[in-house]
Design a protein around this ligand. Structure first.
Ligand SMILES: Nc1ncnc2c1ncn2[C@@H]1O[C@H](COP(=O)(O)OP(=O)(O)OP(=O)(O)O)[C@@H](O)[C@H]1O
Length: 245
């Protein structure tokens, strides 16, 4: 799906360093528009999850600017940033982070706040669309890793946020379940969300209209069919760089 509107999420030259020598983001710029799907690939440890946390207002960049729906997030207090994130962004983190004392649909409904029962219908409906209707009432502690991941995707999407950021949403899923997740994310883009997902799977990345690669903390956009942008690193180059880490 292609961009038809002005970008909803704009990152300009973001930098972030963890304490110590390792890791972080050296340089990341992107502009994500409504109704667009984008993928981020790269070797393990290159900074993909860190980038997602920066874009999701979970980490604060050391320099660079990040604007969400026209708001320069660097000018906001911590509390204002948290509020903006809750209002505008749905995030699926790699470790998923479901609440163990709630069942599957209740976890999805937490996206709306504490009144879970008021959002039972939307939450259960999305759980069903992700192929988990029979497990909607199951305690999440009894779900498999892949099932928990699908519940986390439903939680990120159920409030119909402007931006959905998903860290490896199809990891650990069989092809049928992965398709349900990708279809659900595609449906979110179709209704107007900007969807960015981190993936190790080239087939998943290629489903996305825009494709990015992170290498050693630097983000570049890859050329797709109708675009001429930074050249993509060759797979063997990525593998050899990964081996050097
Ligand atoms: N909290 C942290 N403190 C210090 N270093 C960290 C921290 N989190 C991540 N790093 C380091 O930052 C680098 C990038 O980590 P990140 O998790 O962003 O990589 P990634 O590309 O998502 O990796 P993977 O594909 O393995 O999930 C790594 O070298 C990692 O060890």
């Amino acid at each position: 799906m292609r961009a038809h509107t002005s970008p909803v999420l704009v990152a300009d030259n973001l930098c972030f360093a963890y304490p110590g020598e390792r890791g972080g983001i050296r340089s990341a710029s992107l502009a994500l528009s409504a109704s667009v799907t984008a993928s981020v690939r790269g070797p393990s440890g290159s900074g993909k999850s860190t980038l997602l946390a920066l874009l999701g207002l979970i980490l604060t960049p050391a320099s660079g600017t990040l604007s969400l729906a026209g708001t320069d997030t660097g000018r906001l207090s911590r509390r204002e940033r948290d509020r903006l994130r809750r209002q505008r962004i749905g995030v699926v983190l790699q470790d998923v982070g479901l609440l163990p004392y709630l069942n599957a649909w209740e976890n999805v409904a937490t996206a709306f706040g504490p009144r879970l029962g008021a959002h039972r219908k939307e939450a259960r409906g999305l759980v069903e669309r992700l192929g988990m209707g029979e497990l909607a009432d199951a305690p999440v502690t009894t779900l498999s890793g892949g099932e928990r991941r699908r519940i986390a995707v439903a939680r990120a999407a159920v409030k119909q946020p402007a931006v959905i950021l998903a860290d490896e949403p199809t990891a650990g899923l069989d092809p049928a379940a992965a398709k349900l997740v990708l279809d659900a994310l595609g449906a979110q883009a179709a209704r107007g969300a900007a969807v960015l997902l981190v993936t190790h799977d080239p087939a998943v990345a290629e489903c996305c209209a825009e494709q990015y690669v992170v290498e050693r903390g630097s983000l570049t956009r890859q050329a797709t069919d109708d675009q001429s942008v930074a050249p993509a690193p060759r797979p063997e180059q990525m593998a050899s760089e990964e081996a050097q880490r």
